[in-house]
Ligand binder design. Structure first.
Ligand code: FEO
Ligand code: CA
Ligand code: CA
Ligand code: CA
Length: 657
């Protein structure tokens, strides 16, 4: 993503765009041989793993075709004609598919919400309207518990705001976000959080159900509770909340997930940017430093609202950086910050079930050199008693991943009293471990990764895929087998294979196997880029971020950080994960300029793919008055609007067939 002037705080902004481009295009081949050896070394083990999984993963060849048939049909099971790479003001989807704009920033969500008026935004209106910068999308079918694909609740995160594109007169880039006044900050707070909308498909078109009883906005000021081992800890107490158990709002909710009992997990990511103050003088200055909280806030909030000023409320930042659970089927449900899942810059949370019914949540901490985590509940999930699962996420074990060069991964427990997690090292309780999850993971020597974004499980094979978006800070001496490229501008995807127990993959096990699924970048140009040998000139990608699986187990990757200087937009690429087309990515969707693509989400019937188009127009020099695009309305005086789109196949049918 662009660039030095880009508006606030997106983690994927390269620190120096020119250097990024130079490096991305300079064809350094120094590490090619090492990567080749790595791939070769993995190959034999991969075949062993596939053999191991043969009994577990029905349909290991994806399409179920015999070898001769598959060769005749081409190696990929994905039947669409690839979209050419490109970059312009609007979106594009592969031929034979249609993209419908479902809901835009400012569209009414709550009954009685005013229409969008970009010339006069107000917090009161924004609290009832669709928020800004949509990211995670979850589809919860209606009726609850059904598997239908044409009626449901859509749950959409609103990660952050581009002040320069929301308000007139602020100029461009990061500086704009530091110029907002209090009424504008209140709009910004209201534009964060989440929207719940009810939608229905009829005649091939999706529409909002007006007046839905489920419609909801949660914002940066919605009252919520804090639960789990850190609730009530001294470090969570503020003057407004001496109990340390109640907090106003959630911030920077990036990706997310759902639970087997149908609640939403929405994940706070770059919360640090909203806070400012002289943290270096605090007694636990290291904690603030580890989370990036200092006197350089990304927004003007600390200037206008005391709780974001760490000099006045030093503990308020400790109440952010959590996973928040709420029930989308109950619009009055109080969201809960689940501290047992750890505090970091959460990308998302994806569940898998262990053979004994315990719930496993995979999570990434999206920062250069941070970690991959999983949480395993203490108790099993009860599919027959929803209420019994209400507080399941308050008890369990948080683990962090340590990837070894031999292709094994160890899940290291972050438990108070075990190993270095003792009072002498600053961890006097499990609450201390969780509030400073990053420090605890440092102490047990987790593997620093190239910015872990989404982690998703394949519904067919049970394998786990980790999107590592990029890490231009990795130095040659910091390269390891799981992060094999220095100054990694394009990212890679790791595949984790849990062991088999009682004929099922055991996601709760403390060991697993891993290998690299693909190394992004342009083959032949970017050092070490590796895909299927038949990947086309349009099929390579850069900066994998969010992802989703269709029900055939094919991986759909959304990107954030395409090489725009080369005329390539972010978009969506799909690839088989098994069979002859394994790793053969194909270009399916292109975003409008400035945007990343988030939230890929299929309906259970695979007939709709929802995408969140985040920060359209976030280009260098882009302003409210003169944005780089006015997508999707293309009306004079209307700024670009982050929106959710619904992609369907023309005439109906499953996407990608
Ligand atoms: Fe908000 Fe890691 O992307
Ligand atoms: Ca995002
Ligand atoms: Ca992301
Ligand atoms: Ca990203």
């Amino acid at each position: 993503m662009p660039a030095a002037t880009a508006s606030p705080p997106h983690e994927s902004v390269p620190e120096n765009f020119d250097a990024y481009q130079a490096q991305a295009c300079s064809n350094p081949r120094a590490t090619e041989q090492a990567i080749g050896e790595l791939i070769a070394a993995r190959l034999s083990r991969r075949h062993a793993l596939q053999g191991l999984l043969a009994g577990v993963a029905a349909g290991a060849l994806g399409s179920g075709l015999g070898a001769r048939d598959a060769e005749a049909a081409g190696p990929s099971s994905l039947g669409f004609a690839e979209l050419p790479l490109g970059l312009d003001e609007t979106h594009h989807v592969a031929a034979g598919y249609e993209a419908q704009i479902l809901i835009r920033w400012g569209d009414p969500v709550i009954a009685g919400a005013p229409g969008f008026d970009p010339a006069s935004l107000s917090a009161a209106a924004q609290e009832k309207q669709f928020g800004y910068n949509c990211d995670y999308i979850g589809f919860h079918p209606l009726p609850a518990g059904s598997r239908g694909g044409d009626h449901g609740l859509l749950v959409v995160n609103h990660e952050y705001v581009n002040s320069n594109l929301m308000f007139a007169g602020l100029g461009s880039g990061r500086n704009a976000a530091l110029q907002t006044n209090l009424p504008q900050v209140e709009v910004e707070l209201a534009a964060h959080g989440i929207s719940v909308i009810e939608i229905r498909k009829s005649g091939g078109r999706w529409a909002l159900v007006e007046g839905s009883r489920y419609a909801r906005r949660i914002t940066g000021t919605t009252p919520m509770t804090i639960s789990g081992p850190a609730a009530g800890h001294t470090k969570l107490k503020t003057s407004a909340d001496p109990t340390g158990t109640k907090v106003l709002g959630m911030l920077n909710n990036c990706a997310g997930g759902m639970t087997p009992w149908g609640t939403v997990l929405t994940c706070e990511e770059n919360f640090n940017g909203y806070f400012g103050g002289n943290t270096a003088s605090l007694s636990d200055a290291k904690l603030y430093e580890r989370y990036g909280i200092d006197n350089t806030p990304w927004y003007s909030w600390p200037k206008h609202i005391d709780r974001f000023n760490v000099d006045k409320e030093p503990n308020e930042p400790n109440r952010f950086g959590w996973v928040v659970e709420f029930d989308p089927y109950d619009p009055d449900s109080v969201p809960v910050k689940r501290t047992a899942l750890g505090r970091f810059k959460h990308e998302g949370a994806t569940y898998a079930l262990a053979p004994d019914g315990r719930v496993v949540l995979y999570q990434g901490d999206d920062e250069r050199g941070d970690y991959v985590y999983k949480f395993v509940t203490a108790r099993a999930y009860d599919p027959n008693n929803r209420a019994a699962n209400a507080n399941l996420l308050d008890e369990g074990t948080l683990y962090v991943a340590q990837f070894a060069a031999d292709g094994s991964v160890k899940w290291l427990p972050l438990k108070h009293g075990e190993g270095p997690l003792t009072a002498e090292n600053g961890f006097a309780s499990q609450a201390d471990v969780l509030i400073n999850t990053r420090g605890a993971a440092d102490a047990v020597k987790a593997t620093p990764m190239d910015r872990p974004e989404d982690v998703e499980t394949n519904p067919v094979t049970g394998r786990v895929y980790v999107m590592l978006t990029n890490n231009t800070s990795r130095k040659p001496e910091q390269v390891d087998r799981a992060n094999p490229r220095a100054s990694n501008a394009h990212g890679h995807v790791i595949e984790i294979v849990p062991p088999v127990k009682d004929g099922k993959l055991d996601h709760a096990a403390t060991e697993a196997k891993w290998e690299i699924f693909l190394l992004a970048g342009k083959p032949g140009i970017d050092a070490g880029a590796r895909y299927h040998r038949l990947t086309s000139e349009n099929g390579w990608l850069s900066c994998p971020d969010n992802c989703a699986f269709d029900s055939k187990g094919r991986l759909w990757i959304a990107t954030d950080g395409a090489p725009v200087a080369a005329g390539i937009a972010d978009g969506v690429w799909a690839a088989d994960t098994s069979g002859y087309g394994r790793g053969l990515s194909k270009h399916f969707f292109q975003a409008p300029t400035g945007a990343e693509v988030c939230g890929p989400c299929f309906t259970p019937d695979d007939q709709t793919l929802f995408l969140a188009i985040q920060h359209p127009g976030e280009d260098p020099g882009s302003t409210f008055e003169k944005p780089s695009t006015r997508w999707p309305d293309f009306k004079a005086d209307t700024p670009p609007r982050p929106s959710v789109i619904a992609i369907t196949k023309t005439g109906g049918g499953a996407i990608g067939t």
